[in-house]
Design a protein around this ligand. Structure first.
Ligand code: HEC
Ligand SMILES: [Cu+2]
Length: 323
């Protein structure tokens, strides 16, 4: 099966512990993390040192076989080992809570972008320009971006390591994250909630552009507009994630192959059958549950609303070519 494989490595930046910090709050996240790590190392050292010291000091010797005074507790010691950790945990709590609020409340002047997840592709819709993209999110630098996200099928999770943002996407509900990129470049987006067979291929690219490049990008508009239909169809086949379930070389996958599909006779689980003409192909994309092809399960998500009419035409043109 020819799955969409990203060839570019976008994670090859940053240091041993972290990818490069590219959002306004990324460094805060790392600092708190390092503080907790430092505390853990410190107490690990203290506890191990004390353990070794006592092991040696109170090892079994003839002299130690005598019964010693029976000690039940030590108030000063107990108060000390309660108050010091309490103080440290309170520091971690208030520090973390402050950063948490900051990361969860988007600034009022944020630019909003809608994110839709479906097996196994990310769709982005930019309400202020009317543009849509798949598998690629493009934003301006130094501008707070608020993502309003939902899923059309199962749980997914949206993760941009460089921005230090991660949030679940849930069907029938909106969740949001925001970030402000401080450096133009290309960064990796992952799905981090296991969502089925091609979960690990559910990738997207975040492109951060300078303000002027972003205006250019908006002006250029939909890059797919100038493509001939069948080429657009071929592009959508990977961009929209059809590739995960449909092959073009005749192999049966989760869904039927597209090879020789056009004008062939289709039989359905209902026992009915008819010819795969243009209308049938269209119906299959917008109402996939209407008729289930014999031998398959009704697992195809609907693409109603996420494929424009031109995109549906393009995919049909492409399917016609796969003989
Ligand atoms: C999660 C897997 C999955 C994805 C993703 C998927 N499909 Fe499907 N598709 C199926 C399955 C399973 C069937 C057969 C059952 C049915 O008819 O619903 C099917 C059937 C079809 C059919 C009818 C095929 C036939 O042999 O009669 C078409 C056309 C189609 N899909 C188009 C698409 C397009 C276009 C996309 C991408 C925009 C897509 N599918 C994405 C699983 C998927
Ligand atoms: Cu996913």
């Amino acid at each position: 099966m020819d799955t969409k494989l990203q060839t570019e490595n976008l994670m090859d930046n940053g240091n041993f512990w972290f990818p490069e910090a590219v959002s306004t709050f990324a460094t805060n996240v790392d600092t708190l993390y390092s503080f907790i790590m430092f505390l853990s190392y410190l107490f690990f050292g203290i506890i191990i040192a004390a353990t070794i010291y006592f092991l040696v000091k109170y090892r079994k010797t003839p002299q130690h076989r005598k019964a010693l005074k029976h000690i039940t507790h030590n108030n000063l010691l107990e108060i000390t080992w309660t108050v010091i950790p309490l103080f440290l945990l309170m520091v971690i709590f208030f520090w973390g809570f402050k950063d948490y609020l900051n990361m969860n409340i988007a600034p009022g002047d944020s630019q909003e972008i809608r994110v839709t997840a479906k097996k196994w592709v990310w769709d982005f819709y930019y309400p202020d320009t009317g543009l849509t993209t798949s598998s690629e999110l493009t934003v301006p630098v130094n501008k707070p971006i608020k993502l309003i996200m939902s899923s059309v099928d199962v749980l997914h999770s949206f993760f941009i390591p460089n921005m230090r943002v991660k949030k679940d996407l849930i069907p029938n509900r909106y969740t949001t994250v925001w970030f402000e990129a401080i450096k133009p470049g290309k960064y990796q987006i992952f799905c981090t909630e296991y969502c089925g067979k091609d979960h690990s291929n559910m990738l997207a690219t975040l492109t951060v552009l300078s303000e002027s490049d972003y205006q250019e990008w908006v002006k250029a508009g939909d890059p797919n507009k100038s493509l001939p239909l069948d080429q657009l169809g071929q592009k959508l086949y990977t961009d929209k994630g059809c590739v995960a379930c449909h092959s073009i070389d005749g192999t049966t996958n989760i869904g039927p192959t597209w090879k020789g599909l056009y004008q062939s006779n289709r039989t359905f689980t209902s026992g009915e059958s008819h010819i795969a003409d243009d209308n049938y192909l269209r119906e299959s994309m917008v109402k996939p549950m209407e008729e289930i092809v014999e031998g398959f399960q009704g697992v195809m998500p609907t693409f109603a609303g996420s494929l424009s009419d031109r995109e549906i035409d393009a995919i049909i043109e492409y399917i016609k070519k796969i003989k």
